[in-house]
Design a protein around this ligand. Structure first.
Ligand code: CA
Length: 237
């Protein structure tokens, strides 16, 4: 079944560009450049994800979001302007799952879409889909075992002491194996959306994690993807 995305953006060139990129990724795309129209489309049809600009004619994106989420559950990623901090906060408070600030790299948007679809699927996942948790609350990579409920991390049986934020970052990476997570995404998961600091905080936590795990056990678990972010892959190589 095709994944359906509603793209709500009134800037025509950007909308056309995004539409082509999304179609190229195999998504089925519908477009709207008007808030009011977008709201009726979203209420009338099933979409797996909605990309929603905030500054829109007809009805403001935040208002579209509020009215929509009152009626149904659907993951929404907001497209926001650079300095619109209040829009981001209001948007997340209103129930958006993520936001991306314009101008953005298409690869980052695509990565966020994949994460949002994975974390917030409205339909149950396909039966053959890989479940990230093989036992409840337990995540694994090779000989590393993270037990979320016991807040316990071990490598080949050796206990690893992590701070809360290191733990959260490792957990996020393990839950999204093979998905490159941007610094922004990791920062949001680990520090919360209200955190307004620099994303290089993420690099610092990654460094701590690597020294406690990768370096300590002579393995290469956390990979850097230049210019994009970090990933833990399921295969060893
Ligand atoms: Ca706009």
């Amino acid at each position: 079944m095709n994944t359906r995305i509603l793209l709500v953006e009134d800037e025509e060139k950007l909308a056309r560009f995004l539409e082509l990129e999304l179609m190229h990724e195999g998504y089925q795309v519908e477009k709207s450049g008007n808030g009011r129209e977008a709201l009726s489309l979203a209420l009338a049809n099933h979409y797996d994800l909605i990309l929603l600009d905030i500054m829109l004619p007809g009805l403001n994106g935040l208002e579209v979001l509020r009215r929509l989420l009152k009626e149904k559950e659907v993951p929404v990623i907001l497209l926001t302007a650079r300095d619109a901090v209040m829009d981001k906060v209001s948007g997340l408070d209103a129930g958006a799952v993520d936001y991306i600030t314009k101008p953005f790299a298409i690869e980052e948007l695509l990565a966020r879409i994949r994460v949002a679809l994975k974390l917030h699927a409205v339909r149950p996942a396909a039966p053959n889909a890989e479940t990230p948790h093989d036992e409840e609350g337990v995540l694994r990579w090779q000989e590393l075992v993270l037990d979320d409920r016991r807040h316990d991390v071990r490598y080949a049986g050796h206990e690893i002491t992590l701070t809360n934020r290191e733990f959260l970052m490792l957990k996020t990476l393990l839950e999204n194996k093979n998905i490159v997570l941007s610094r922004d995404t990791l920062l949001n998961k680990v520090c919360g959306y209200e955190y307004a600091g620099e994303t290089n905080v993420v690099d610092v936590y990654i460094r701590y994690l690597r020294s406690k795990i990768d370096d300590a056990f002579g393995i290469r678990m956390i990979r850097t993807v230049r210019g994009v972010g970090y990933v833990i892959k399921s295969d060893e190589d």
